[in-house]
Design a protein. Structure first.
Length: 98
């Protein structure tokens, strides 16, 4: 997973997950998440067959909670669907200017 240090409400952060398998036949993927509050959801991911990763670029409102997040890729193939390994990352509090 290639994620730099991220801060609450960052936009344009690329969240990339390696699923340790060829994605050439993959038809759909999501990045599932669990926020520090326990709220869960998923983002529709881009399938990168050149690097065999799935990724999502954050939008406004995505990284709304400070603390430890869990992420997991879910990939659909014609004959199998399943999850990648869970990964943890942290969202930090930015400096607030008043």
């Amino acid at each position: 997973m290639a994620i730099q240090k991220v801060y609450q409400n960052d936009i344009g952060t690329k969240i990339e997950l390696d699923v340790d398998t060829s994605l050439d036949a993959a038809t759909f993927a999501t990045v599932k998440y669990s926020k520090p509050s326990g709220e869960t959801g998923e983002w529709t991911a881009v399938i990168d067959t050149d690097d065999d990763v799935v990724y999502y670029v954050t939008e406004s409102g995505d990284l709304d909670e400070v603390g430890g997040w869990w992420l997991q890729a879910y990939v659909v193939f014609p004959d199998w669907s399943g999850h990648g390994e869970k990964r943890r990352f942290f969202v930090y509090t930015p400096i607030e200017v008043t």
